[in-house]
Design a protein around this ligand. Structure first.
Ligand code: SF4
Length: 191
């Protein structure tokens, strides 16, 4: 059964989240619950009033993903944690679908960018970045965008009567990130 989407923001002149300039429409109902999320108004399907920008997950049934992919000409795809158990513990859902849909995206021949948010102590660990880089290499991917953690990320929570409880750990040095990805033949562009 299908249900209509709910828009929480429209950016008419967006220069973030990908190349070029475009109008960006942001939908509510993200199924993940990343504790560092800077668009908490996108996590719930219910109406909330606040503006923001983002683009994320890949967590949906493969048939649904293929249908949406068929009408896309460019995809921004986030990979956060490679380990399924860690992904579930941190983001609230297992990442099997996310990795499966990523492979589908790569095979599709559509233009895309892989984005890896560097969340200190969570996604930016040596172990996780190495696993993600190996996975991307195995998929045949040679470039990624790495997104440093933004310490202002929690600023919207108060207006939603929620508390931003995430406390970042120690950041990995930028040159280490580059080295990990390059050792798998992947260029990591810091955004
Ligand atoms: S960070 Fe992205 S994927 Fe995670 S909860 Fe927020 S919008 Fe969803």
């Amino acid at each position: 059964m299908t249900k209509p989407g709910r828009v929480f923001s429209i950016e008419e002149f967006s220069t973030f989240d990908g190349p070029g300039i475009r109008m960006t429409v942001f939908l509510k109902g993200c199924p993940l619950r990343c504790p560092w999320c800077h668009n908490p108004e996108g996590q719930r399907f219910a109406v909330e009033y606040l503006r923001a920008r983002n683009g994320c997950t890949g967590y949906c049934a493969p048939e649904m993903f293929e249908r949406v992919l068929a009408v896309c000409d460019f995809v921004l795809y986030d990979l956060k944690l490679y380990d399924a158990g860690a992904h579930k513990a941190v983001c609230g859902v297992d990442n099997t679908l996310i990795l499966h849909n990523y492979r589908t995206l790569v095979r599709s021949g559509k233009a895309f960018i892989t984005r890896v948010p560097l969340i200190p102590g969570i996604t930016d660990t040596e172990e996780n970045l190495t696993a993600l880089a190996a996975f991307m290499r195995d998929c045949g991917v040679t470039a990624a965008e790495v997104l440093p953690y933004n310490s202002l990320q929690g600023s919207k929570y108060a207006s939603l009567l929620r508390q931003y409880a995430f406390i970042p750990g120690k950041e990995i040095p930028p040159e280490r990130v580059e080295l990990i990805f390059s050792s798998f033949g992947i260029r990591a562009d810091r955004i």
